[in-house]
Design a protein around this ligand. Structure first.
Ligand SMILES: Nc1ncnc2c1ncn2[C@@H]1O[C@H](COP(=O)(O)OP(=O)(O)OP(=O)(O)O)[C@@H](O)[C@H]1O
Length: 268
């Protein structure tokens, strides 16, 4: 369903993503890990066409999305919603309006100018907020919410587009462990219940192990690991992060130790 083939992005002489190649045959939850500058964000940005690729192919359900232009490209961008580390909400706007922003690309100019939303969209937004456990905050300004709540608003805004793919760029990097867990649980549930593909850049190994079906490790723009969480051993992690034997798992961990649910397993 997704084929990435020799996808490359150069910024001048710096190759940020270097012939990235992988294939996904069903919707799954994929974690991309690697140290800062490995090319993770650049990949996500190429995937939803925010950054043009230098070369390569990215085929989703038979269409090379890198070749799309105009309306086709905008349609792809709404099928491939993105959430960010900093939430990117309008702080002074209420939560529901922020969520309804997810429908902007299919609304008339007049409706957009006067902030007019169809009633069915408003109901849909509230249903989605309810599903994410934050409907009680619908009328509040986004800035009045905690980071974890704001990220769930951002997920709700993405869901308004009814996307096939959710791209999450370090979605929990600004959150404390408890909120990080709530947000990751929400993403996992959206994958499990709706069958949407989720691709998340993650900076903690334990999160990737715990939530993802497949983990891709990047180093210097290249894929250096592609496998199951069980295959992600400490030795492999050292290789991905370019660290020596002093590399410690805990340095990349935000796990809540006393959590009673399923814990991340650390293969030896
Ligand atoms: N707009 C840009 N112009 C020039 N170079 C860029 C640009 N965006 C990214 N880069 C470079 O591309 C490389 C990969 O960056 P990228 O942000 O994709 O890495 P990352 O793995 O997402 O890291 P981080 O976790 O810090 O965001 C880095 O060397 C970075 O400096």
């Amino acid at each position: 369903m997704l084929l990435v083939e020799n996808l490359t992005k150069s910024f001048g002489s710096n190759t940020a993503v270097d012939r990235m190649t992988f294939e996904v045959d069903r919707p799954m939850m994929i974690g991309i890990i690697g140290r800062s500058g490995a090319g993770k964000s650049t990949f996500l940005r190429m995937m939803n066409r925010m950054t043009p690729a230098s070369s390569g192919r990215l085929v989703f359900e038979g269409t090379d999305v890198l070749q799309l232009t105009g309306g086709g490209m905008r349609q792809w961008q709404s099928q491939c919603a993105m959430i960010f580390q900093q939430f990117n909400l309008v702080p002074r706007m209420d939560v529901v309006s922020n969520v309804l922003h997810g429908t902007l690309n299919r609304r008339s100019t007049l409706g957009t100018m006067f902030n007019l939303y169809p009633t069915e969209d408003i109901h849909k937004a509230i249903d989605i907020l309810d599903r994410l456990g934050i409907a009680d905050h619908a009328a509040k300004r986004a800035e009045a919410l905690s980071g974890g709540q704001q990220q769930r608003v951002a997920i709700a805004r993405a869901l308004m587009q009814d996307p096939k793919v959710i791209l999450a760029d370090e979605p929990i990097a600004s959150l404390d462990p408890m909120n990080a867990q709530i947000v990751m649980d929400a993403l996992r549930r959206i994958h499990d219940e709706d069958g949407r593909m989720v691709i998340a850049n993650l900076h903690t190994l334990d999160t990737a192990r715990r939530y993802c079906d497949r983990v891709i490790g990047m180093r210097d723009g290249r894929i250096v690991f592609d496998g199951s969480p069980a295959q992600l051993t400490v030795g492999v992690a050292r290789d991905i992060y370019g660290a020596d034997e002093t590399f410690s798992e805990s340095a990349t961990s935000t796990e809540i130790r006393e959590h009673t649910g399923h814990q991340a397993r650390v293969p030896a």
